[in-house]
Write a protein that binds this ligand. Sequence first.
Ligand SMILES: Cc1cc2nc3c(=O)[nH]c(=O)nc-3n(C[C@H](O)[C@H](O)[C@H](O)COP(=O)(O)O)c2cc1C
Length: 475
Amino acid sequence: MSTHHRPAGNGQIQFGVFFQGVNHTTVWKTPESGSQTDFESFRRVAQTAERGLFSAFFLGEGLRLREHLGRIHDLDVAGRPDAQTALAALAAVTTNIGLVATQNTTYNDPADLAHRLASLDLLSGGRAAWNIVTTDNAWTGANFRRGGFLKHEDRYIRAEAFVQTAKAIWDSWADGAIAGSRNAGRWLEEGSITPVRRKDASFDVDITGRLPRSSQHHPVLFQAGDSPDGRDFAVRNADVIFSRHAELEDARKFREDIVARTLKAGRPADDVKIFPGQEFILGATEAEAEEKHQWVREQQVGPETAIAYLEQFWGRTLTGYDPDGPLPETDPIVDVTNPTRGNAFHGASAKELAAQWRAEATEKGQSIRQFVAARSRLNGRGLVGSYDGIADKLAEYARTGAVDGFNITPWIVPGGLDEIVNELVPRLQDRGVYRTEYEGTNLRENLGLRAPLSRRASLNSGRNGAGLTESENVA
Ligand SMILES: Cc1cc2nc3c(=O)[nH]c(=O)nc-3n(C[C@H](O)[C@H](O)[C@H](O)COP(=O)(O)O)c2cc1C
C-alpha cells in the first residue's frame, strides 16, 4: 500500500463527482434534465466519471426533506435515495471508482453503520468511503424523537467517539481471521476477533465486528464540516476533507490552516487530502461558456428561489420584496435555533451578516436575484471558461498545491460530466496534471493515501494489527 502513497499537493489534480440531487444548484427544469431518483441517472453519471478516471463518486445525505419557514422547501429537488443503497447498486456496474457515502454520526449508531460501510467496502472490492458529517440543521432531529438533539460542540464529541468505535470494529478481525482451509476445524481462527467495548458519555456498547477487512483495510474517511471543531476533528480522524474552499486563494489559505492543524495532531503535513466542491461551466470558447453561465444561473436562481434563499438567512417571510430590487432593509430574526431555519446563519451574527450583504450588493449594484446567484458561485461552485482556459487554471491549482482535487457538482443530471470527461480531462492529461490510468486497485491506493491511521497506530506500538489498541483503550 505504501508504494502508492503520494504527497498532498503533488502537482496532480484528481476528480470526484458529487451527484447532488437536493440543492438549488441542480437544474431540473430543462428538457435535458433526467430523473434525480432513477438508477439509470446514477449509472450514467458513475460510468462517465469512471471513463474520465475519476477517483470517487460521492453522495450526500439528508434524513428529512429540507424545510423552510415551517414548510417543505419544494422549489428545488427534494429527497434522494439512500446513499449506501445507491452505491451498492453502482458497485456492480463500475470497477475502479471510489464510492463515497455521506452518513452522519449524530443519528446513526456505530455497530450498524460500521457494518454497512464495511459491507459496501467488501462488496465493491475496497472502494468504499464514508464522508463523516454531524448534520446541524435542527429539523432532522425531529425525525428521531430527539428534538434539536445535541449542541454543536457535543456533536463533535459524539462524532469522535463514533469514529473511534467504528475503526475499532473494522480493526477487530485479525489479518487472516478466516481459516481459509477446508480442512480447518473452524471457519474462523480461534481468538481472531477482538470485541469492542466502549463506555463513555456518548456510548455504552459491547460490539462484535461481523466482517473481515477489505483490500484497503477499511473504508476511506472523508469529512465535511468547516468550523474550527470540524477541522480539528478532520485532522485527527479523516483521510480527505470535502471542503467549501474552492477559489484558488481561499483554497491556499485553507490548505495552510489544515497543514498547521495536521502537524499539531502529530500527522505528516501531507496526510490529509483536500477536495473542495466545484461547479464547472465550460464551452469551446470563453464567450460560449459565459453565455451558458448566465443561462445556468437563471435556471438555478429563479425569482422565488432568490427570495426563499434570503428568507432562510433572515428567518422570516420576505414575500413583499421584489427579486429584481435591492436586498431587504428589514433586519433578520436573530433566533439561530429555529428548527426550520437550518444552519444558514450558523456561526455568524445574523444582523451583522445581513448588513454586510446589503453593503456588498449596494456596492456592486446587485438585485436580490443577482446577489443570490453570485453567492452560489462564491460558495465554491463556479469555474467558468473555455476548455483550454479552465485546463490552464487547473494546472495552476496543481502547481500551487492548493488542493488535491475537486468534487465536481454537475448542474445537470445525467449529462453534466460529458463535457468534462470528453474535453477537459484530455487537456489536463496533455498538461501532465491528470492521471492516464488508475494507479491502484482500491480507493485508498487511487487517492494516494497511506495505511489507515488505526493500522499505523497498532503497527507503531508493535501490535499485530488486530486492532487491540483501540478496542482496549476505549473500554
Ligand atoms: C462541503 C460540505 C458538504 C456537506 N454535506 C452534507 C450532507 O450531505 N449531509 C449533511 O447532513 N451535512 C452535510 N454537511 C454539513 C455537516 O453536517 C457539518 O457537520 C455541519 O456543517 C456542521 O459542522 P461545522 O460547523 O464544522 O461545519 C456538509 C458540509 C460541508 C462543508
